[in-house]
Design a protein around this ligand. Structure first.
Ligand code: C2O
Length: 547
């Protein structure tokens, strides 16, 4: 096993997209940021040096960080942010994970430009992928989102007005919008393949606020991994990813030599405005004839599903399985039911500057009607470790919603208004946990990509409508469910996840649509220590940032 040292200098860098230059926050002047390439069993030591004008922290999305929440990164949850001029060294190990993950800023909306891929290859001791065909080469595709303004200003404006934030102006592949946007044709990315070759595409949804469909013209994709866990291979024309999710697919160049579009556009299940543009790159056969068209690439167009094609999204998700039988927790000790959805805060004087949400309200979001408030004076992890939770957080997060209601039908107006709080739910070490995540129809039904830090979980069931324990539990897949770190709660439906609480510490669970995080669609699990130091949280590093 190897130790990889990196220095991440966080700084403002001019980035030109859509004909205009924006001073963007980047790592080492790169947008997207550097790709981390490691093998299962390796360690990473990354020194983050903040030369920007914002507080920042970095998160290694999907890394389990066993007993080591100090390296997880979400600001005010496991650390205070790194202040301008400050630095912090993240040290962590890769244990039993292979595939594609990524890293990103976990402060406000800085991940709009501060993100990169984290590739974990099999260890040298057994360097083989368990794939039906071994790929000749690999390409990483980070799907992102671009605003033709400073994304922090977009966030601040939304926070001030209480309205929904402006949608993005472009989607990107490795930072490039591609052929269909102004001033972007020349930079459109090309991925070269030889006829007959099989390649591995590592696709990452690093967009801020949008689930995406992705496909390649005339080519089938064979899914082999997701969120750094292998899957039972299956073939599809299109994949759907929520922000935070990754999917590894094999593609065989079995078509006539030509240029083929690779494309991504929104999967928008909500009744709300969205960015309806399409980002592209080109899969170019090495022996393809030259393209003569001057303006665009002259590539063969890709067919993507309609923006609101919920059926295709659900069918795709339903095909994900683990490669063989896995150990799903069976006797559940913590049976939790969480509603996830939006809400509206009534304003004392509606329609004022600060109340520009629907009918003069302010948008909010919640889990079990608690709208999460990030602490300011300390991180939850540090307050817990020091035994000083007072004024930082409480441990009364409700295991079920305050009252039962018809989640997908009429919800009384009183329940549109959550309470605010910084609440954690305590779990005993090694307890077997089930969480039903139920979308509500408050304001709109919507796909919420839910991400749990510090864990991978099994997705044992899903359905449309209200979850019904008596009827739905019997259809759970307890044999070979997929292992994920982020999973979409289907619009107007539910999803069931299970895990064993074997990683002590403080772990954030939230919707990975960043517009929903700042509205409060988050909560925290506080997993208690087990016996002895091997089952307990490690001591904090000396350079842990202070508030
Ligand atoms: Cu991808 Cu809370 O993070």
């Amino acid at each position: 096993a190897e130790v990889h040292f990196h220095e991440f200098i966080i700084q403002e860098t001019p980035v030109k997209r859509l004909c205009r230059v924006h001073n963007s926050i980047t790592v080492n002047g790169q947008f997207p940021g550097p790709t981390l390439e490691v093998r299962n069993g390796d360690s990473l030591v990354i020194t983050a040096i903040n030369k920007a004008r914002y507080n920042i922290s970095l998160h290694w999305h999907g890394i389990r960080q066993m007993r080591n929440p100090w390296a997880d990164g979400p600001e005010y949850i496991t650390q205070c942010p790194i202040k301008p001029g400050g630095s912090y060294t993240y040290r962590f190990n890769i244990e039993e994970q292979e595939g594609t993950l990524w890293w990103h800023a976990h402060s406000r909306w800085l991940r709009a430009t501060v993100y990169g891929a984290l590739i974990i290859r099999p260890p040298l001791s057994s360097p083989h992928y368990p794939f039906p065909v071994l790929p000749k080469r690999e390409f990483t595709l980070l799907l992102g989102e671009w605003w033709d303004r400073n994304p922090m200003d977009v966030l601040n404006l939304a926070q001030f007005t209480g309205a929904a934030p402006n949608v993005s102006d472009a989607f990107t592949i490795n930072g490039q919008p591609g052929d269909f946007y102004r001033c972007s044709s020349r930079e459109t990315l090309r991925f070269l393949v030889g006829s007959g070759e099989t390649v591995l595409l590592r696709v990452i949804n690093s967009a801020l606020n949008q689930e995406l469909f992705f496909g390649v013209a005339n080519h089938k994709l064979t899914v082999v991994a997701a969120d750094a866990s292998y899957t039972k291979p299956f073939t599809t024309n299109v994949i759907m990813l929520g922000p935070g999710q990754t999917t590894d697919v094999l593609l065989t160049a079995d078509q006539p030599p030509a240029h083929y579009y690779m494309a991504a556009h929104a999967y928008n299940s909500a009744n709300a405005p969205f960015d309806n543009t399409t980002t592209t790159a080109i899969l170019q056969y090495k022996d393809a004839p030259c393209v003569t068209s001057k303006s665009q690439a002259g590539a063969i167009p890709a067919q993507l599903p309609g923006f609101n094609d919920t059926a295709t999204a659900a069918a795709f998700t339903a095909q994900m399985k683990s490669p063989s039988k896995v150990e799903v927790p069976l006797e559940i000790q913590e049976d939790l039911f969480f509603t996830v959805g939006l809400g509206l805060f009534n304003c004392p004087t509606p329609n004022t500057q600060r109340c520009q949400g629907p009918n003069g309200t302010r948008f909010t979001a919640s889990i079990n009607n608690v709208s999460f408030v990030f602490p300011k004076r300390n991180s939850i992890m540090q307050a817990y470790y020091q035994g000083t939770p007072a004024g930082v957080f409480t441990t009364d997060f409700p295991p079920v919603p305050p009252t039962t209601f018809d989640y997908t039908g009429n919800v009384s107006r009183g329940l549109w208004q959550p309470t605010r709080g910084t609440k954690a739910y305590k779990l005993k070490y090694k307890s077997k946990v089930q969480v039903i995540l139920q979308d509500t129809s408050i304001v709109t039904t919507e796909n919420h990509p839910m991400h749990l830090h510090g864990y991978e979980f099994y997705v044992v069931g899903t359905g449309i409508g209200n979850f019904n324990a008596n009827k739905d539990t019997s259809s759970f897949n307890l044999i070979d469910p997929p292992r994920r770190n982020t999973i979409g709660t289907p619009p107007g439906g539910w999803i069931a996840i299970r895990f064993v609480a074997d990683n002590p510490g403080v772990w954030l669970m939230h919707c990975h649509l960043d517009s929903h995080i700042f509205w409060g669609l988050a909560m925290v699990f506080l997993v208690e220590n087990g016996e002895g130091h091997l089952q307990s949280v490690q001591s904090p590093p000396l350079d842990l940032p202070r508030c």
